[in-house]
Design a protein around this ligand. Sequence first.
Ligand code: PFF
Ligand code: NA
Length: 470
Amino acid sequence: MTDTQGSIHDQWSSRFVFILAAIGSAVGLGNIWKFPYITGENGGGAFVLVYLICVALIGVPIMMAEILMGRRGRQNPINTMRTLVAAEGGHPVWRGLGWLGVVAGLLILSYYSVIAGWSMAYVFRAGAGLFTGADAKTISTLFEDLLQSPGSMLAWHSLFMIMTVAVVARGVRSGLERAVTLLMPALFALLVILVLYALYEGDFTRGSAFLFTPDFSKVFQHCEVEAAIKTCRFTGEPLLIALGHAFFTLSLGMGAIMVYGSYMPSNASIARATLAIVLADTLAALLAGLAIFPIVFANGLEPASGPGLVFQTLPIAFGSMPGGQVFGTLFFVLLVFAAWTSSISLIEPAVAWLVENRGMGRASAALVAGMLAWLLGIGSVLSFNLWSGESFQFLGKTWFGLVDYLAANILLPVGGLLIALFAGWVMSRASTLDELGMGDGLAYRTWRFLVRYISPWLVMIVFFNTIGLI
Ligand code: PFF
Ligand code: NA
């Protein structure tokens, strides 16, 4: 157990549990709720292609960097950065990276919990058979009803936050990560069933063409629907949204994966773990897209209809497929679990910091962080009803839109950029070579090249572009 020296955490009992926890963090609402709706708003195939390029050239090397930094620092992100800065001789400003993660995590959790709340509401709607035989119009109305009841949205949001706090308060080795072994494969199986349904009952040709045939005239086109009117504008935003989503979906750029890395056994392969996490996450997103868009086109729905997309499409499938009531209920239960395993990693950087630096117990730390995210989340609850009007908007965005944009499209890429620069330029070659433990061959050299020259530049170019085109 020499490799636990300096760590106050237990290690994962096996490398397998580390991968499960990381997959649990990665696969969540980002794949099933967010990926389809932002793909719909940003023109489809070209956006998906940019997103996949971001995952391969930025996501993979930065995930390896984040895991290795966590494993070398062995503490919460803030202290890990302090230790690494001391060991590698960087400027103290790098410590700010840990802070960025705490803030981004709480901001994301604040609205993540609201959407997880919708999913919980849908467990009961599916279970009650509300979708059985319902057409697209009825299903859209059901969704609108939910948005128009801030009280029940707030109740679900509160319940989900309590669930998150309860698990985190009990420590890292809770049963939830282990549940991933059973629940994730089940979620994938249900996604496959939905894709099969879409293949036979949806407009699969149009749906898959929308996802996979890039129309490059739409690279700079962002559309939204408001009050049944669709408006599209020419902007650099889609590139930034694709980049931000690569970070969001892989849980990168805010120290969540760094915290998990700090629990990873030192004999486990970081490259292999990264590959498993990225493949599982990408597969989940593409399956969700393949299930949703054929239903969108077969029912004359609007791809750019926004955050409600998954809740207005999949219930149509559950309403008309054999066994749909059972499948539908199960699907939303699994979605809630997937969101749950992600939310515990969103709150973890803040909790770890409160425990290690403020001397709090885990339970009080979880409570404090959870309260903060819950309060911020009320703004997102209201963004879909009482605060949806223009007088409550800033820069053309609601509170929800603004918090999401700031956290996912600004803070995560900035965090990722700093991680790449730190691992590539501040840490010595000897340290990263040692920590990655894959020898000084082509794989290591490719990683170091990407993390030094490619990922940071791509992130900066996208930023630059967006600012120029906004
Ligand atoms: N990766 C999660 C998802 O795709 O739903 C969201 C997320 C979790 C983002 C944890 C960031 C994070 F630290
Ligand atoms: Na994800």
